[in-house]
Design a protein around this ligand. Structure first.
Ligand SMILES: [Zn+2]
Length: 182
């Protein structure tokens, strides 16, 4: 398993938030967290902000770990039940959990477009929205940064899943003269 699953985040669109060189490991799963601005933690918590401490917080993106945010020394954690949004990284296959929190795209909406058109225009539309100053990743996305890397990964995953499904149907003789998988 990758040591740091948060690495491939889109940075080419200019929608990034400052990061530090500090590293910390999630006290629950042991994987490296991604530094996250305290403003993001405050925006996403579903519990009283009296619990927020003047410490550095990190985001845990391990899918089977309930911790969303943890403090640098690991003495404090906020879990999936203590944040206002369902978190894409915790439920990467869920159809109805946002992967893009600013423009409200989900794996389900990405798959629907692929099935209808065999194309995905979502990354382009997000980039256009970012350029138009319409995004608010720091306060809407639990990871506190641009979603584009995650969106591209979902598009790739969904495209592969559809292709695999059509190959299965084709092998069973259902798609004669209709679809020839490349
Ligand atoms: Zn964790």
């Amino acid at each position: 398993m990758a040591d740091n699953c948060c690495a491939p985040i889109g940075v080419e669109d200019g929608c990034t938030v400052p990061t530090t060189n500090v590293t910390a490991r999630c006290p629950a799963c042991g994987h490296k967290g991604k530094p996250v601005d305290t403003q993001t933690v405050k925006a996403l918590l579903a519990v009283s902000l009296e619990r927020v401490q003047p410490v550095a917080y990190f985001f845990c993106c391990t899918s089977n770990c309930p911790v969303v945010y943890f403090s640098a020394a690991g003495q404090q954690t906020f879990t999936i039940n203590e944040v206002r949004e369902r978190v894409h990284q915790k439920e990467p296959q869920a159809n109805d959990v946002f992967v893009c929190y600013c423009f409200r795209h989900t794996p389900g909406s990405i798959r629907a477009e692929l099935l209808l058109t065999n194309e995905s225009t979502i990354a382009e539309s997000i980039t256009a929205g970012v350029k138009a100053g319409q995004c608010a990743c720091e306060i809407r996305n639990p990871q506190g940064s641009c979603c584009l890397g995650n969106v591209n990964a979902v598009v790739k995953h969904e495209r592969a899943a559809i292709h695999k499904y059509l190959l299965t149907l084709s092998a069973q003789g259902y798609l004669t003269n209709w679809y020839s998988p490349g």
